[in-house]
Ligand binder design. Structure first.
Ligand code: NAD
Length: 501
């Protein structure tokens, strides 16, 4: 793909040849190396921006800056840290549109989705500031004579925060904000697909008063992330991305007994029981399938439908799917934008061939891609697609596709539904539709996933934990215990001199 030299009519505020440097120790810094890479607008299929591929030396520079800044930031009164986060929250509020547009330019997701996700950041910044103020140790009843004991939460040190492209700022904020609220310093490695929005967030943080060295950003691909993980001065890795990369990171971290938070892939089941309110369920099933053009860890990409309502649900879904608006992600009505990159498009559309080769898998809806969909560009579009997948070994049914392609499976009993839901190696999110309260209570206990949605899908709150079972990850983000992920607990004992007789 050749670089365009003209300013995009869709993003006149951004010159396609702009250079974006690393952000280290409070300043834009040139890389020590010569390698660069570019962003890609998936709707226009044009490249824009020039970014440094950070070298091992750059990573070392960023980690040393974070290490140097750590003692002073850790010793900063927590109320002052919370105040910086409050100022940052306000700055983000004032710049939501700019940040959302940048992300659309980078990953092609709809402006509606990126605006909504970015709007969560200020509330999260305020929330973690308050959590940090209220995070405390305990004075413990002495169990040994002549002793007192208490605990004290302490920041961990230098955190490596590695983020994916599918929701770049929100998923980074889930790590960055609690890390700094607790007194840690951070080196961020954004996805190579979405580095510019992250650099902008770092600038805003600096403008808000986050001191130099507390937040550093190194741009680059997986090699830069790997260099960061193996750097000896990193104390914890907080990662969101694919399970394959998560396993590599876990192995590297294990060699040094590093703490990790890993938020990985998913293959969420949406279960429809026969007594479900289908008028509510069907639009929600659709949303679970197509939100973020299916490029969501929390996609509801397995649809488990009771045989008594199978036809009705499928008919309703097909009608709804026909009305889905595909097009320019900046369009306010658009629900499906292009996939984020040509490589990802090839991977997702490759599942059409995989499905064709599977004996029991049959196409129920969709199956088209590209310019044929008439989305208005050269076309990294994939039509929302449903396959019937009764075969347990179907790759369409088992693998995370990360596009708007769903596997539909009929079931006959509650036990069968739970068994199918739990057959996946992933365990991030799951959902069930029922009006039977007992069933809701029982099934939600049996589902092996970090989040269970009953009669809803994709409900999120800053105070509700999110994270996975099984290959979907380790640790939790958001929620009232979030600061535990970014603090060590120190136990302090005090032995008293014997009391005079
Ligand atoms: P990815 O694993 O390819 O990359 C994620 C980040 O890790 C990028 O910054 C990448 O450069 C870096 N990276 C890749 N390999 C690395 C390595 N060996 N060492 C260090 N860094 C490395 O994932 P992606 O394609 O950017 O994101 C999509 C994936 O993320 C999907 O699997 C999705 O389910 C998952 N995801 C999970 C959640 C969650 O909360 N569980 C949320 C969003 C996305």
């Amino acid at each position: 793909m050749t670089a365009v030299q003209v300013v995009s009519a869709r993003f006149p505020e951004i010159h396609p040849e702009s250079r974006y440097e690393l952000f280290i120790d409070g300043a834009s810094v040139s890389s020590s190396g010569m390698e660069s890479f570019r962003c890609f607008d998936p709707y226009e299929e044009t490249e824009w921006g020039v970014l440094a591929a950070a070298t091992d030396d750059d990573v070392d520079h960023a980690v040393q800056a974070a290490r140097t800044a750590f003692p002073s930031w850790a010793a900063t009164p927590v109320a002052a840290r919370a105040e910086v986060l409050r100022v940052l929250a306000n700055l983000i509020r004032q710049n939501v549109e700019e940040l959302a547009r940048l992300q659309v330019h980078e990953n092609g997701k709809t402006i509606t989705e990126m605006r909504g996700a970015t709007s969560m950041l200020p509330a999260l910044a305020d929330y973690v500031g308050q959590l940090a103020i209220n995070h405390h140790g305990a004075s413990l009843q002495p169990t040994l004579p002549g002793h007192d004991a208490w605990t004290r939460p302490e920041p961990i040190g230098v955190i490596a925060a590695i983020a994916p492209w599918n929701n770049p700022l929100l998923l980074l904020a889930w790590k960055l904000f609690p890390a700094i609220a607790a007194g840690n310093t951070v080196v961020v490695k954004p996805s190579e697909v979405t580095p510019v929005s992250t650099l902008r967030l770092a600038q805003l943080a600096h403008q808000a008063g986050v001191p130099a060295g507390v937040i550093n950003v190194v741009t680059g691909a997986a090699a830069t992330g790997a260099a960061l993980v193996r750097h000896p001065d990193i104390d914890k890795v907080a990662f969101t991305g694919s399970t394959a990369a998560g396993i590599q990171i876990a192995k590297a971290a294990a060699a040094r007994v590093l703490r990790t938070t890993l938020e990985l892939g998913g293959k969420g089941p949406q279960i429809v029981f026969p007594e479900a309110d289908l008028e509510r369920a069907v639009p929600s099933l659709l949303g679970g399938l197509i939100a973020g053009t299916g490029q969501a860890c929390n996609a509801g990409s397995r649809l488990l439908v009771h045989e008594n309502v199978y036809d009705e649900v499928l008919d309703g879904l097909k009608e709804a799917l026909k009305k889905v608006v595909i097009g320019d992600p900046l369009g306010p009505q658009v629900q499906i934008g292009p996939l984020a990159s040509r490589a990802h498009y090839e991977k997702v559309t490759g599942y059409f061939n995989i499905a064709d080769g599977e004996q029991e898998t049959t196409l129920l809806f969709g199956g088209r891609s590209g310019a044929a969909l008439g989305g208005g560009s050269t076309g990294l579009f994939v039509e929302p697609t449903l396959y019937s997948t009764p075969g347990k070994s179907s790759r369409v049914r088992c693998e995370e596709i990360f596009g708007p392609i769903g596997a539909v499976i009929a079931f006959g009993s509650e036990e069968e539904a739970v068994a199918i839901a739990n057959e996946s190696e992933f365990g991030l999110v799951s959902g069930l539709w029922t009006q039977d309260v007992d069933r809701a209570a029982q099934v939600s206990k049996q589902l092996r996933s970090g989040v269970v949605w009953i009669n809803t899908w994709r409900a999120f709150g800053i105070n509700v934990p999110f994270g996975g079972y099984k290959l979907s990850g380790v640790g939790r983000e958001l929620g009232p215990d979030l600061l535990r992920e970014y603090t060590e607990t120190k136990a302090i004992w005090l032995g008293h001199a014997a009391a005079p007789a």
